[in-house]
Design a protein around this ligand. Structure first.
Ligand SMILES: *Cc1c(COP(=O)(O)O)cnc(C)c1O
Length: 427
């Protein structure tokens, strides 16, 4: 007994091991020492041999101080809510790295005085959407709606169509969000049809604004009618349009999807959108429109509670000014059947029953509902779905008709090799 206790390496000796030293840099001294002591105690208690202390310590320490892990998206859903919606561009990731330190986010370097917060991100939005006189950024699309409702209609009415009372996901409903600000809803039309006269009849001295919401996660078809922004502009009240997905300009790949530029030129006074849907940036909410309105929102006390941090501003600006972000790339991706065939061939050569198949991808994440994007996938036996999810890196596949499909549209081609290795590991 006494001998074995003497054989258990001391904490300093374990810490001197290069793998443990690397863990200290990753996780901090305190965290690693705690693990070393726990493992050494197990050795002293005779539960493991003393020779295993270093290896068990290394095995017990996580790879990262952050529990969130990179996941390969093979679902064919471009904006997968559970996978964090839009993946950021390399330019946005670099901007995050800079913003993570001390930066001039709220400093005018010329004068050395305080400067307007996030001015260059706002300038980038203004340049990308000249139709907007002003822009403001908040935490997400829902925050943008809450700010607009509070500042422009608290204690008053928001006029909106019954068919546009949307539930956005996870049980959250836009009408509930709006009324939680103290605004009242004045619903017009029916589920399937609304006319300009319905809006007109609802207007009164209490009207804060007319709201147009893009039904971004469902379609109604058949005997339907809605009133476009180009007609709502004739009303004598401000028109706010929640376009949802954050396209700044039209994208020919998604002809039915509203964009900020067109919506503003059509006559909206204020456009609301998310930054992490089709814009392809970080989570944030964009408010674009008339200077007088945006200024009121920016100066409202609630704006301070919805303010974005420097990381968001940096990633947003780099997304807007930089090269096409991954979401746009995957929207316009070609060469998918060739990639699927190459991957399937390589897996089949390793004895895995893999087959290249046609597939249908979707935008997901509250954008372009009902739009199918032609895609290509590698089909595997269904058991792979779980094994791939539990691998390193984890892969999210799509299970369809009792097959595990690896849809390649949402995946960066640079990750094809990582996907191939993940399948080999899961075999
Ligand atoms: C996604 C969406 C929202 C909510 O935006 P978040 O950025 O998720 O808060 C609001 N309205 C519409 C139409 C949407 O599609």
């Amino acid at each position: 007994m006494g001998d074995r206790r003497r054989e258990v390496p001391g904490t300093d000796r374990v810490l001197a091991d290069p793998r443990v030293a690397a863990a200290v840099r990753r996780l901090g001294h305190e965290r690693v020492v705690r693990t070393v002591r726990e493992v050494a105690q197990r050795a002293r208690d005779g539960l493991i041999p003393p020779t295993r202390v270093v290896a068990d310590t290394v095995a017990a320490l996580p790879d990262s101080a952050c529990g969130m892990r990179r996941v390969l998206n093979a679902t064919g859903v471009l904006l997968h809510t559970n996978l964090g919606r839009a993946p950021l561009s390399a330019a946005a990731r670099e901007a995050l790295e800079v913003a993570a330190g001390t930066t001039d986010v709220e400093l005018d370097l010329d004068s050395g005085e305080r400067g307007p917060r996030g001015a260059s991100a706002v300038a980038a939005l203004r340049e990308a959407v000249p139709a907007a006189e002003a822009a403001h950024v908040v935490n997400n699309g829902a925050a943008a709606l809450a700010l607009a409702a509070t500042a422009l209609a608290a204690g008053r009415e928001i006029v909106l169509a019954r068919g546009e009372m949307v539930e956005i996901g996870d049980g959250f409903r836009i009408p509930d969000l709006l009324t939680s600000t103290g605004a009242r809803l004045h619903e017009v039309g029916t589920t399937n049809r609304v006319r300009l006269d319905d809006y007109r009849a609802a207007l009164g001295p209490d009207t804060g604004f007319a709201l147009k919401i893009h039904p971004s996660n469902f379609v109604i078809s058949g005997f339907t009618a809605e009133v476009p922004v180009a007609e709502l502009r004739d009303l004598d009240v401000p028109v706010v349009a929640d376009i949802g997905s954050g396209l700044l300009r039209p994208d020919p790949a998604l002809p039915g999807e509203p964009d900020a530029t067109t919506t503003l030129t059509d006559g909206a006074d204020l456009v609301i959108a998310s930054g992490d849907k089709l814009l392809g940036g970080p989570q944030c909410g964009l408010l674009l429109g008339r200077a007088e309105i945006v200024h009121r929102l920016r100066r409202h006390p609630l704006a301070r509670a919805l303010r974005v941090d420097k990381l968001t501003l940096a990633a947003l600006e780099a997304t807007v000014r930089g090269p096409r972000p991954p979401v746009t790339e995957s929207l316009h991706r070609t060469g998918l059947p060739e990639r699927a065939a190459a991957l399937a061939d390589s897996l089949a050569a390793a004895g895995i029953p893999a087959e290249a198949v046609e597939s249908r991808a979707t935008v997901g994440g509250g954008g372009a509902p009902g739009v199918d994007l032609p895609s290509a996938a590698v089909a595997l036996p269904v058991r792979f779905a779980k094994q791939l999810r539990l691998g390193i890196p984890p892969v999210m596949a799509r299970v369809e008709r009792h097959r595990c499909l690896l849809d390649l549209r949402a995946l960066d081609p640079a990750d094809d090799e990582a996907l191939r290795r993940a399948v080999l590991d899961a075999h």
